[in-house]
Design a protein around this ligand. Structure first.
Ligand code: WTA
Length: 639
């Protein structure tokens, strides 16, 4: 079943890359032809980055679920599409074949239609990591509804923001979710959010934990009962809505440097081609692979490499409900041994966390099935890279360091496992179709090697962001305005003497905490909601496990003395407004923030102080009150 577009040697990579640059339309048409379209496209690509307006496979019609499921039924129908490993190792694993998944997706799709959900409607999903989340995603795609998954760790307020922005008419949720030793009452959080969400008419609730839930008649429906109704109706299939290639498939929110998270929109045709192409090539997928991506489906990695990429490629995807350290730090290794996992795709944060438990949890675990290791979400430090290589890969598995973003839909810069060279802490070379350029401070393209600058992409690729939901101008401003005719990633990057790329981290006001993106503005807004806070400034600082930690400088209102109680109240405020992942690691109370005469906070100075750099703070003469810096430095030393 190896697709014709699978690259099989370094020379092959060079040929593919060359063609993707010189004849992009022919190149992508060849790839796209390997999928099922109900109507062929009339034009492969139309684009301009000024608007921006990007169309791939114009006029083509398809449904991504037919490509994920129906297309495989005659060949690999009995093969496992999903292996689900529950949070609690005592509970049974579930294996769902392509045929069974197809049936379950069709059944739920019919239930959604019965609830009045139509093509183009937005549906928010707030669930734990259970197969039903994947089924719900696919059922939406089946009927042409636009799914927007909300990470199960986000707060009611975060749900409100996303539901209001999408104007979703339905939410699919669970009674509760398991996460390590915790049980999280998801439906109760949804209930709280819905007090402020008028657009939502239907809530579908799957029973996972059997905790008590309130069901509002006429609004809340039981997943199980709705499926019984579908079964009683005798319908076993659900026709797939034929979508335009450029119809939205999903909206996924991600943090930017300003204000509220933005809804990144991906469309059906291009995203399909891109996720399948990148999945097959980066991981060098083989028929018998068991692919274990440890991300949560609430993030883009879960969308592209737990659900869509693997299903499109006909690969078995292992989905895990729990956390790496519960019941103990050997959980990943146990799962790998139990299911003979061949591809492990995880984050540097998870690797560093597991590394901190020493080798004992690995001892005696059979990891011999592993063939390829992957890293995603943040820069991987060399120490973690070597540990991963030596202790997990046993020196025989290529490690793919995959750089990409919610906005790019799929992997952009990465070595291809065993095909192109790896270099620790380098994402290395661009995938075919990806044309990276580095820009210097004056807006000039940096040519040649051994240079570093801001990473941009100068030509469209099929999986790229099309718009930010409801606000196209925001998309233009965020990504296409900084440098004319370029997509700006927000990342800094170095190109070494061999032309290999190394991502050095965000250059905008976005933090990457344990691989999760958080905007400083978003964090500050949440902190400022604490009633005793006058203002705040948030910066990252290097953190051994999380990559970056959150350092908050907080000014309390006149007459409020700093105390642990104020600190605790800030934590509660952040948890309520964003979620526990956004809790600051350090809170320093200060009497004022370093500001310029025009009132702009000089984050550069705060960043240095947070990093422990007290001496070389650069020019502070433009500050309104240079004295404040000394006080902040003293406070930081005593924190
Ligand atoms: C960072 C996650 C270094 C980067 C798929 C990017 C990385 C942001 C890597 C996107 C990597 C992701 N090496 N940095 N291999 N992968 N990043 O949208 O800063 O959650 O801009 O997408 O994560 O995060 P997002």
């Amino acid at each position: 079943m190896t697709p014709a577009y699978r690259i099989s040697s370094f020379a092959d990579y060079q040929t593919a890359y060359e063609k993707s640059i010189t004849q992009p339309e022919e190149f992508w048409a060849d790839v796209a032809q390997q999928f099922q379209w109900s109507k062929p496209w009339t034009k492969v690509l139309e684009w301009n980055f000024k608007a921006p307006a990007v169309n791939w496979f114009t006029d083509g019609k398809l449904n991504i679920t037919e490509n994920c499921l129906d297309r495989h039924l005659n060949t690999i129908g009995d093969k496992a599409a999903i292996i689900w490993e529950p949070n609690n190792p005592q509970e049974n694993t579930q294996t769902i074949s392509f045929t069974a998944l197809h049936q379950r997706v069709c059944a739920l799709a019919n239930a959604l239609l019965n609830l009045g959900i139509k093509r183009g409607d937005r549906v928010c999903l707030y669930m734990g990591m259970i197969p039903e989340l994947e089924i719900a995603v696919l059922a939406c795609a089946r009927i042409g509804a636009i799914h927007s998954v909300i990470f199960g760790g986000f707060s009611a307020k975060s749900i409100v923001d996303r539901v209001q922005d999408t104007q979703a008419i339905a939410i699919i949720t669970c009674d509760g979710a398991y996460r390590g030793a915790k049980e999280i009452p998801l439906k109760a959080v949804v209930d709280e959010a819905l007090q402020e969400c008028d657009s939502v008419k239907k809530v579908l609730v799957f029973t996972r934990t059997k905790c008590a839930v309130n069901m509002l008649a006429g609004r809340d429906y039981s997943w199980e009962q709705e499926l019984e109704k579908v079964a009683a109706s005798g319908k076993t299939t659900c026709p797939a809505a034929q979508m335009d290639s450029e119809d939205p498939l999903f909206i996924l929110y991600t943090s930017g440097s300003t204000g509220k998270p933005k809804g990144v929109v991906h469309t059906c045709g291009g995203y399909m081609v891109w996720t399948a192409y990148t999945f097959v090539n980066v991981f060098q997928v083989e028929d018998e692979d068991i692919h274990f991506c440890t991300a949560d489906i609430g993030w883009v990695t879960g969308h592209s490499y737990i659900i869509y990429g693997p299903l499109l490629a006909g690969t078995t995807s292992l989905m895990f409900e729990g956390i790496p350290t519960w019941p103990d730090a050997g959980r990943f290794w146990e799962i790998i041994a139990k299911h003979r996992v061949s591809i492990l795709y995880t984050s540097p944060t998870a690797i560093r966390g597991l590394m901190s438990h020493g080798l004992e949890p690995i001892t005696g675990k059979d990891l011999s099935s592993l063939r390829v290791l992957g890293s995603v979400g943040e820069p991987i430090n060399e120490e973690a890279w070597h540990w991963y290589d030596e202790h997990i890969g046993k020196g025989k598995c290529p490690i793919v360091d995959t750089w990409w973003q919610t906005e790019t839909g799929g992997i952009m810069i990465s070595n291809l496992a065993g095909i192109t060279p790896a270099k620790p802490s380098y994402a290395t070379l661009p995938l075919p179709g990806v044309q990276p350029v580095l820009m210097d401070g004056s807006g000039q393209k940096m040519l040649g090697n051994s240079v570093s600058g801001n990473l941009c992409i100068q030509f469209p690729w099929p999986g790229m962001i099309r718009t930010t939901w409801g606000d196209h101008e925001r998309c233009r401003m965020s990504y296409f305005d900084t440098y004319p005719k370029l997509y700006f990633t927000g990342d800094g990057c170095l190109r070494d003497e061999q032309g290999f790329f190394r991502i050095t981290g965000r250059v905008d006001d976005v933090l990457n905490v344990s691989g999760h993106r958080l905007g400083t503005a978003e964090l500050e807004n949440a902190i400022n909601m604490q009633e005793h806070v006058a203002e705040s400034a948030v910066v990252p600082f290097p953190h051994d496990l999380k990559g970056q930690g959150i350092y908050a400088f907080v000014v309390l209102k006149e007459g409020i003395p700093p105390s642990d109680a104020e600190r605790a109240a800030i934590h509660i405020c952040i948890t309520e407004n964003i979620g526990p992942i956004a809790k600051p690691d350090k809170i320093q109370f200060v009497s004022g923030l370093p500001k310029t005469r025009s009132g702009k906070i000089m984050r550069r100075i705060l960043r240095k102080i947070a990093e422990g750099e007290m001496e070389h703070l650069g020019d502070t003469t433009t500050l309104l009150d240079p004295g404040i810096v000394e006080a902040i430095k003293t406070g930081a030393k005593n924190l």
